[in-house]
Design a protein around this ligand. Sequence first.
Ligand code: HEC
Length: 158
Amino acid sequence: MKINIVLNLIILLLITGNSFSQAPKFDYGLSTYKKGNCMGCHKWHGDGGPGYGGAALSLRETGLDREQLITIIACGRPGTNMPFFDKKAYKDDRCFGMKFSDFEGDDKNRPLQAKSYLNNRQIEAVVDFIINDLQGQKVSKDYCLKFFGKPTRSCEGL
Ligand code: HEC
């Protein structure tokens, strides 16, 4: 008898267990934005701006669609400071049909490698983050708090 009650309790806990852990929503896309150090150039607010070696464009004002966003993050933009995040970029023909060898003697346009690679799942997550939280939107206090995870000076006055 007692064992049955205990077993039932365990089963109940297993079934409902997940609904107890409603911690603040973890955003895989935002965490990828940080992992890729996108804010190193596009800043925490995503509006970009002047920085080392040229201005990073605003991800809030970008007109690119989902596919184009995936491509530029995977392949970067040769000739600019936007690096590529796909480990296999320019090793096969996945990026504009071009390989590193096509840039030989053309140092100015040689694609720049990101400091850390992102896999496909991460690239899609960061693209969803751009579409959902940045594109076409103004910097808001909610966004700021989400980005930093706590109130900071950057969020004051927003
Ligand atoms: C080393 C600096 C640097 C880093 C790091 C970087 N970017 Fe960029 N990014 C740039 C620059 C510079 C441009 C503008 C390229 C140009 O002039 O066309 C750009 C352009 C872009 C664009 C194209 C915008 C448009 O409208 O054409 C997207 C999207 C983008 N970056 C997303 C990202 C994401 C997401 C990350 C992180 C995973 C990232 N970038 C990391 C420098 C950087």
